[in-house]
Design a protein around this ligand. Structure first.
Ligand code: UTP
Length: 471
C-alpha cells in the first residue's frame, strides 16, 4: 500500500492533482484502497493529451464559413419500395445488429433508475427497453432472422439494467441475443482550476465518456468481434430516449447499402428543422464530408438563413439515428484506428470540499466533463447518405421531466401518430382545434408497424373523445 501511495502521490503531484490525496490518511483501509484503484485506473494518457480541451483553448470548433448544407434523400413510393427490398434482404440474411446507447446519466429526466426503464408509451406505460425489444421480436417474426441487440450501459447503471431485463424475461427475446456493454468513464474537472473533482471523501467524481464512447467500449469489450462472429456487417445505432425510433428500418438500411447513394460506411436520418431557435444539431458538409454542427456552434444568422425554396438553409436536424458498417467502425476504434476526438462539456456537478468536509451544490455550471460524440465518425466516411424522415413518425424524445421533450409531449406525439394511422383506415378521430387527438392511443409494434398493417378486425369505427385505446 505504501508503495502504491508513493507512486500515486508522484503521479498526481506532477499533474497538479495532489489534492485528491488530501484526506487519504483519514480514510479507512477499504476506502483508501478504492481511491488508489481509482487513481491508477484513470486514463492519464487521455487526460494529459486533452489538457487544452479541458481548459477550453484546444477544441477546434467547426468553422461555420466552410459549412455547406446537405441534400437529404427523399424517397418516392417506387424508390422506397426498392430500398425496402434491399434492406429486408440484409435483415433476413442476419447482417444487421441493433445498438442502443443507454449509458447516459439522464440528469434532466431525474428518473430513479436507467432511462431505458422509464414508462414511455401513452396507454400501457411500457418502458423504453420494452418498446425496442418488441420491435426486435416483430422483426424476427417477420424476417425469420434474429437481430443481436447491443446495449451500452455505464458502470453506474449496468447492473440495474441487467436486472431489469432479466426480471422482465428479456421481454421475450433470447437472452443470448442481448449483450450489455459498459462504456468508460472520465473524471470531472473544476472549470476554473482544472482540478479533478471529488464526489465524496476519497471518491473521484466520474461520468460516462459520451455516446461516442460507445464505439471504444464495443471494441474493448470484444463486442465488435462478437458481431463479426455472428455475421453482422451493419450496426443500426439509436438512443434509448426515443420510443418512436425505428431501431431496424429496412428502407434506411436499403439506402445505406445502395452504392449510388453511399459508400456504405455511415448513413444518418434527419427530420426537417423549421424553427431556427430549436436546440438541435444540424447536418452540414465540410470539405465534402458530412458533419453535425451543434446548435450552440451555429451562428444565429446561419441558423435562420433560408434557401431559394424558403426552407432553412441548414434544415437537416440530427435525430441520432445512424447506420455504420462494422468494418468502418473497426477502422476507427480498432487497432491502429485514430479514435474519436474529445469534447468539453460544461455541466453542474456537486463536489466534495475536503477543507469544509461538505458536498457543495453548484449554483451554475462548474465542471468540465470530457465526452466523445458519436456523430464525429461521420466525417471519416467517404460518402454518407442522409435519409429524410417525418418528425411526427419517428421522433418523440423523452429528455426532460416536464415541458418540451418530456413524457407528456412524447405521449401526445405517439397518440397523434397512431390516430393518423387509424384515420387512414377510415376510423373517425376526435381532433382538437390544435390538431391533436383528444384520446390516448397506442399501437404496439407486434400489432402493426404502419397503418396498412393494422388487422381490419381490430379497427373501431370511431374513437371516443377522452378515451384510451391500446391495440
Ligand atoms: P443525452 O445527451 O440526452 O444525455 O444522451 P443523457 O445522459 O441521457 O441525459 P442528461 O443530459 O444527463 O439529461 C443521448 C443518448 O446518449 C446516451 C444516452 O443514454 C441517450 O441515449 N449516452 C449519453 C450514453 O450512452 N453515454 C453517455 O456518456 C452519454
Amino acid at each position: 500500500m505504501l508503495n502504491r501511495l508513493e507512486t500515486a502521490r508522484k503521479l498526481l503531484d506532477s499533474r497538479d492533482q495532489g489534492h485528491l490525496l488530501q484526506e487519504f490518511e483519514s480514510l479507512d483501509s477499504q476506502a483508501a484502497e478504492q481511491l488508489l484503484d481509482q487513481v491508477e485506473s484513470l486514463h492519464w494518457d487521455v487526460i494529459d493529451q486533452a489538457r487544452d480541451v479541458i481548459s477550453g483553448v484546444g477544441e477546434a470548433a467547426v468553422d461555420p464559413d466552410c459549412l455547406a448544407p446537405v441534400e437529404a434523400h427523399v424517397p418516392d413510393t417506387d424508390s422506397a419500395g426498392s430500398l425496402r427490398s434491399a434492406g429486408e434482404e440484409a435483415i433476413a440474411a442476419g447482417q444487421v445488429a441493433a445498438l442502443t446507447v443507454a449509458g447516459g446519466q439522464g440528469t434532466r429526466l431525474g428518473w430513479n433508475g436507467p432511462k431505458g426503464t422509464y414508462p414511455a408509451t401513452p396507454v400501457s406505460g411500457k418502458p423504453l427497453f420494452a418498446c425496442f425489444a418488441e420491435q426486435l421480436r416483430a422483426v424476427r417474426h417477420r424476417y425469420g432472422a434474429g437481430v443481436p441487440w447491443y446495449i451500452i450501459t455505464s458502470p453506474e447503471n449496468d447492473s440495474s439494467t441487467r436486472n431489469f431485463l432479466l426480471d422482465n424475461k428479456c421481454f421475450g427475446l433470447d437472452r443470448d441475443s442481448i449483450m450489455l456493454v459498459q462504456q468508460g468513464t472520465m473524471p470531472s474537472f473544476d472549470a476554473e482550476t482544472g482540478h479533478i473533482l471529488l464526489s465524496g471523501p476519497g471518491r473521484i467524481a466520474t461520468s460516462p465518456d459520451g455516446h461516442g464512447g460507445s464505439l471504444d467500449a464495443l471494441h474493448r469489450s470484444g463486442a465488435l468481434s462478437d458481431m463479426e462472429s455472428r455475421g453482422t456487417t451493419i450496426i443500426s445505432y439509436s438512443q434509448v430516449d426515443n420510443p418512436l425510433a425505428k431501431i431496424i428500418d429496412p428502407v434506411f438500411i436499403g439506402l445505406h447499402v445502395d452504392e449510388a447513394h453511399s459508400s456504405g460506411e455511415a448513413s444518418s436520418k434527419m427530420v426537417l428543422k423549421t424553427d431556427p431557435a430549436e436546440r438541435v444539431g444540424v447536418f452540414g458538409l465540410l470539405e465534402g464530408r458530412t458533419c453535425v454542427i451543434e446548435y450552440s456552434d451555429l451562428p444565429g444568422t446561419m441558423a435562420s438563413a433560408v434557401d431559394a425554396d424558403g426552407r432553412l438553409r441548414f434544415h437537416a436536424a440530427n435525430i441520432a439515428m445512424h447506420l455504420f458498417s462494422l468494418s468502418f467502425i473497426q477502422s476507427i476504434v480498432g487497432e491502429g484506428g485514430k479514435g474519436l476526438p474529445w469534447h468539453r462539456a460544461v455541466k453542474e456537478v456537486p463536489s466534495w470540499n475536503p477543507e469544509t468536509r461538505k458536498l457543495q451544490k453548484p449554483s451554475g455550471p462548474n465542471a468540465v466533463k470530457l465526452e466523445r460524440f458519436i456523430f464525429d465518425v461521420l466525417g471519416c466516411a467517404k460518402r454518407s447518405a442522409i435519409l429524410a424522415t417525418e418528425r411526427a413518425e419517428e421522433f418523440a424524445p423523452i429528455k426532460n421531466a416536464q415541458g418540451p421533450d418530456s413524457q407528456t409531449t412524447s405521449f401526445q406525439i405517439q397518440s397523434d401518430l397512431f390516430a393518423h394511422w387509424l384515420e387512414e383506415r377510415g376510423v373517425v378521430i376526435p381532433w382538437t382545434s390544435e390538431g391533436h387527438v383528444d384520446a390516448a392511443i397506442e399501437i404496439a409494434p407486434g400489432t402493426a408497424m404502419s397503418s396498412g398493417e393494422i388487422p381490419s378486425e381490430l379497427l373501431p369505427s370511431s374513437i371516443e373523445p377522452g378515451s384510451s385505446m391500446l391495440l
